[in-house]
Design a protein around this ligand. Sequence first.
Ligand code: F6P
Length: 550
Amino acid sequence: MSDAPSDTTELNRRPEWTALADHRAKQQPHLRELFATDPGRAERYVVEVGDLHIDYSKHLIIDETLALLRELAEATGVFALRDAMFRGERINVTENRAVLHTALRAPRDAVVEVDGENVVPGVHAVLEKMAAFAERVRSGEWTGHTGRRIRNVVNVGIGGSDLGPAMAYEALRAFTDRDLTVRFVSNVDGADLHEATRDLDPAETLFVIASKTFTTIETITNATSARSWVLDALGDQAAVARHFVALSTNAEKVAEFGIDVANMFEFWDWVGGRYSFDSAIGLSLMIAIGPERFRQMLEGFRLVDEHFRSAPAEANAPLLMGLLGIWYGNFHDAQSHAVLPYAHYLSRFTAYLQQLDMESNGKSVQRDGEPVHWQTGPVVWGTPGTNGQHAYYQLIHQGTKLIPADFIGFARPVGELRGELRDQHDLLMANFFAQTQALAFGKTAEEVRAEGVAEEQVPHRTFPGNRPTTTILARELTPSVLGQLVALYEHKVFVQGAIWNIDSFDQWGVELGKVLAKRVEPALTEGADVPGLDPSTKALVAVYRTLKNA
Ligand code: F6P
């Protein structure tokens, strides 16, 4: 069990919580006035971590707000829990597991013990095995069963065994080997595997079966279909050994599936699925970008780990971002949080964060099983700018809901964009800056009138402003910067879970649906009379069967 101090005072009865509620009750000036009376906040409310410049000046906060939030973090033992996590204590209480994704990027000489055993040598041994394999595939030395070069890599996994590597592959596309086709299949909808393989040659295709447990029905079903596709074409069971590798903690199930455990890249139960893409789960990514760039990405993670571990509270970026989320979710009734990257390559970033944040902090009981009496994790959503501007930004600007947002942008484009496409970057970023300014400062009725707008139009064209945003700016989206960004959000989620006193590392909420799906399936396939179906579901299944067989 964790040695982290536990204080049984309910969160919302703590004096620090009440102080924040009182502070919130006092009407704060509009961001326009806050900047007018204190322009220095533009420099003061900035934190630098690694290559990330994080500006939080456009938030509905003053120095007192930040001080009160930090007091809440102190009172709820955030840093004690953080230290317990880094020490390898079993802070995932409901699964009785250590939480050590930080050990996946620890330097070779670090010592991180789980039950008295240093896990770091094992981490580096797997990284070396991955690197050797990735190089063999990239160089053409690892061939398919018929001796043909591997030109296609298909990662089969779901949730944390898909979203991380798929997101990072997209993010780092400019750094990938363009001669390799890399695809990610997750959905048990057969269309996913069909589309991923329809134009590929099985003799040139490597399947990377990614599953921590190796029991996830979607992944095992897709992996089985992929195996049939390969065997139908190559006609020899021995082909499996050249066309399938596994990423898993479960050697027994891997062997049962028919993959040689020599072709298995292991990780450990102290790596949560959604925290796993810098473990063996990153193999497809490593094949795509090469081991050196993967290593640079891990360095980026490590840099933010060290920052989170050692920076003082006033300058601790994950702490600040976590606290700002608490401020809006618990004291302003914000229900959601938008993450808006102004980078096409980050097209999957928010989808990745949805699992990271919502599977971690979508909880309603405390660590001891008592119900929470406060809001926990927000709905996380968003897509890259500028596309969202022409879709849902209307609601963020003028709707009735408060939606705090993170804007992530870069000073330079990456990759080999030709001249005029590089030049488009300034226009992209002009939008980035314009949006956060518009959200914060809005446009008053007087300003609208001064433009000669007819009076009846004025209310429609007025922007209230006072919409909070964080701006995260870096020079360019390198592997290291991607690692820094992901670690920043990992630790932000940690901070919030610690304050809400929930277990951010289990995911029991996904179990019921899995069990019911297994129970319902025979009703769909065989028309079986499945006991325990509620009347609505029973009627819907009947309609499904009629339509299916019509
Ligand atoms: O069902 C949720 C979940 O357990 C996630 O937490 C996990 O990332 C995903 O399924 C995939 O699990 P596995 O890697 O064991 O196949």
